[in-house]
Design a binder for this molecule. Structure first.
Ligand code: GTP
Ligand code: MG
Length: 197
């Protein structure tokens, strides 16, 4: 199934002001510049929906979108290397962690990981943080158009091996590209299956 319609609803700094939690919700998180907003646009077939930028730190708020009238999609600011002040980073961190722990209709958070890199401590730590709190997550490896298939596979497998060591099993994951729409059908199907439950 394809996504037919996605609409921007509202931006917030406080999870308490987010839309009433009456629909299943899926959030996108990961290091700044990893490709969260681009992936959202790719999945929803809407290039201009979420704002993207070559400069890390573009998304600064909790952004709610409604998809096909029956589920919420959330674009979040990045963690990690955004070129913003320490205090602003700390504020985002608090905002994100509060949102993830308190949002009652959250079905899953997608942790985006740059498929070009070896496993990064920051990403592993974030996944551990979610696991410790019982926040359901899946992984989305991004920018898979940037390296050869074999190099991507190598990096993905390294990351999954670390997850297996730490968690005892491998989480659900997708290998994606916002550039060439790799992984789109699987990803949308996964969300829709979870919406239906
Ligand atoms: P912040 O909101 O700043 O945290 O960033 P973000 O994670 O939302 O990243 P964004 O989608 O804005 O993309 C960052 C940069 O990566 C942009 O220049 C995108 O064009 C580029 N980019 C994102 N996804 C892909 C991809 O799949 N392939 C390629 N080649 N470039 C990508
Ligand atoms: Mg963004």
């Amino acid at each position: 199934e394809m996504i037919k319609q996605a609409k921007f609803l509202i931006s917030n700094t406080d999870y308490k002001k987010c839309p009433s939690p009456d629909k299943p919700e899926f959030a996108f998180i990961g290091r700044s510049n990893v490709g969260k907003s681009s992936l959202i646009n790719m999945l929803t077939n809407n290039k201009g929906l979420a704002k993207t930028s070559g400069t890390p730190g573009k998304t600064q708020l909790i952004n709610h979108f409604i998809v096909d009238g029956n589920w919420y999609l959330v674009d979040l600011p990045g963690y990690g290397f955004a070129k913003v002040s320490k205090s602003l980073k700390a504020e985002w961190d608090k905002m994100i962690r509060e949102y993830l722990t308190e949002r009652e209709n959250l079905v899953a958070v997608f942790i985006l990981v740059d498929s070009r890199l070896d496993p990064q401590k920051l990403d592993i730590d974030f996944a551990l943080w979610c696991a410790e709190r019982g926040i359901p997550f899946a992984l989305a490896f991004t920018k898979a158009d940037k390296l050869s298939t074999s190099r991507i596979k190598e990096n993905v497998n390294k990351f999954l091996a670390e997850m297996k060591t730490l968690f005892g099993d491998v989480p659900d994951y997708f290998v994606t590209s916002a550039e060439n729409a790799m992984g789109k059908e699987e990803f949308v199907a996964y969300i829709e299956e979870n919406v239906a439950e």
